[in-house]
Every structure is written in structure tokens, then in C-alpha cells.
Design a protein around this ligand. Structure first.
Ligand SMILES: [Mg+2]
Length: 274
């Protein structure tokens, strides 16, 4: 898909909601899964996450049950997500929908003009180098500053990135600051996890199914709004306000819910919801 699709959902401030766990997953679902904090436990740095045999067996089993309609929707670069799940070759949307691989293997990229990012890359890597515990992740079309190991620097990180964005005129040229869990990212406007899901929903084997998105962070609210607008299920992982209607406690609860589906305990197409 070469042109950006205009999203037809509205993202408001997350409100306290989504207190109940989701019903069993139906076989006519299209399943979209965030990675970090949803499928995998968070780690001090993105490289330190542990991909266990349980999850690498679970994903293909789910894909078989759902006719291949399973995709990973992540802020990581697509190549990085592929490295984590080597050999699975799942449909993956990376960098918040800027890059995407369809189920048929075709690649789609919404690459912005990178001159604003080029102006910011050097200055932010110097800033990160001056402060112990900060880590700048360069994903190509997005820059992510991680401060999980230096939470006391959160306010400084936010102030500094905002100041440099203004100085580089990046706000004017269609870039935005996207906060997350111990992370602040500079990313282009126009693509997010919601647009990525809606793009999948126009393609086989996702089209015509009920979209279900599971995620844990602020960036996942875009995906929640998109699936809710398409009469699907939004599932928030962990605490915090959300627009999602359902909630699962943590990564192990997500795994257990998905494993029940993979074992054949999901609802068949046409049965009524709980
Ligand atoms: Mg996450």
C-alpha cells in the first residue's frame, strides 16, 4: 500500500475502564499483538528481552488456529522484531506502522523526509552519552530515548527533547514526541499502531475478521481506538487508564489467554460472545 490511509478513529485521553478480562478468543478473529510488555516481559534495555520457547511455539499455533491472521504491531524496527522471532516470518508492523510486512510477504513503508531527524540524531546521541543510564535507539525513521535505568532523568529527557525538537523545527515538519514506558520517541505523524492495524484489515487473511489488539502502553491506545472503531476487541495489559474495554493483568495472563485459543479452546465462528 503506497499511500497513507487516513485513520477513521479518534484517540482521546485514556479514561479508567477495561476492568474485565476478555472472553475466549474467537476463531474468526484477526489478532494483533504488541511485543514488549505484552508478549515479552520488559527488560532494562530493548536488547535484553528474553524470548522463550513458549512464545515461539505459541505464535505459530495461534496463526494456524486463526487462518494466518496474526500480526505483531510494535514500536521496534521490523528487522529488530524479526531478530527476536527468527524463523517465524510473521506479519509485522514496525516503528509504529512506518514499516509493515503483509501476510503474503510484501513490504510497505511510509518513509518521511528524514532531514529533521538527521538534525536531531547527533545532538541527542551526545545528550545520551553525557548521562549515565540513558540509551538512544536509532531505528532509522524514529529515534527513541530510553531512561528505564535512570528514571530520575525523566523530566530532563522530556524537556531536552522538546527543546531540540523546537530548535530543529521538527514539530512544524510533521514530527511528534511519543511518550511510553520509560521511553520518549521522536516519530513522524501519520502512521501509528492504529493505521497499521487498519491497513492489515484491508488485506487477506485479516479482512472480514474481527480485529483484536492486545497492548500495554500509551502508543497502543491508537490500536485500541482503531479496533474499537471496527467493532473489535481492545485488550489493555496491566494497570493504568485506557480506552480498551478489556484488561489482562500481565504478560503471563496474556500468554494463558492466548494459549487457551491455541489449544483449541477458543470460540468457533458464529457462537455468541460471553
Ligand atoms: Mg508494549
Amino acid at each position: 500500500m503506497s499511500e497513507r490511509q487516513r485513520p477513521y478513529y479518534v484517540v482521546g485521553d485514556p479514561q479508567p475502564s477495561g476492568r474485565s478480562p476478555p472472553p475466549p478468543l474467537r476463531t474468526d478473529s484477526a489478532l494483533f499483538l504488541d511485543i514488549d510488555g505484552t508478549l515479552l516481559e520488559l527488560a532494562p534495555t530493548p536488547d535484553a528481552v528474553h524470548v522463550d520457547a513458549g512464545v515461539t511455539a505459541l505464535l505459530p499455533a495461534l496463526a494456524r488456529r486463526l487462518g494466518g491472521a496474526v500480526a505483531l504491531i510494535t514500536g521496534r524496527a521490523m528487522a529488530d522484531a524479526d531478530r527476536l522471532f527468527r524463523g517465524l516470518e510473521l506479519p509485522i508492523a514496525g516503528q509504529h506502522g512506518l514499516e509493515r510486512r503483509s501476510a503474503d510477504g510484501s513490504l510497505h513503508r511510509h518513509l518521511p523526509s528524514l532531514s529533521a531527524l538527521d538534525r536531531l540524531r547527533g545532538v541527542l546521541s551526545q545528550f545520551a552519552a553525557r548521562h549515565k543510564g540513558l540509551f538512544l535507539e536509532d531505528k532509522g525513521a524514529t529515534l527513541a530515548l530510553h531512561y528505564r535505568q535512570a528514571p530520575q532523568l525523566a523530566a530532563l529527557v522530556h524537556q531536552t527533547l522538546r527543546a531540540h525538537m523546537t530548535a530543529a523545527l521538527a514539530f512544524e515538519s510533521g514530527w511528534r514526541l511519543q511518550p511510553g514506558k520509560s521511553i520518549l520517541e521522536i516519530k513522524p505523524d501519520g502512521s501509528d499502531k492504529g493505521t497499521a492495524i487498519l491497513e492489515y484489515m484491508t488485506e487477506p487473511p485479516f479482512a472480514g475478521r474481527r480485529p483484536v489488539f492486545v497492548g500495554d502502553d500509551l502508543t497502543d491506545e491508537y490500536g485500541f481506538a482503531a479496533v474499537t472503531g471496527a467493532r473489535g476487541w481492545a485488550v489493555k495489559v496491566g494497570r493504568g487508564p485506557t480506552s480498551a474495554h478489556f484488561r489482562l493483568r500481565d504478560v503471563s495472563a496474556v500468554r494463558a489467554w492466548l494459549a487457551a485459543m491455541a489449544r483449541g479452546e477458543g470460540k468457533a465462528r458464529g457462537t455468541t460472545d460471553a
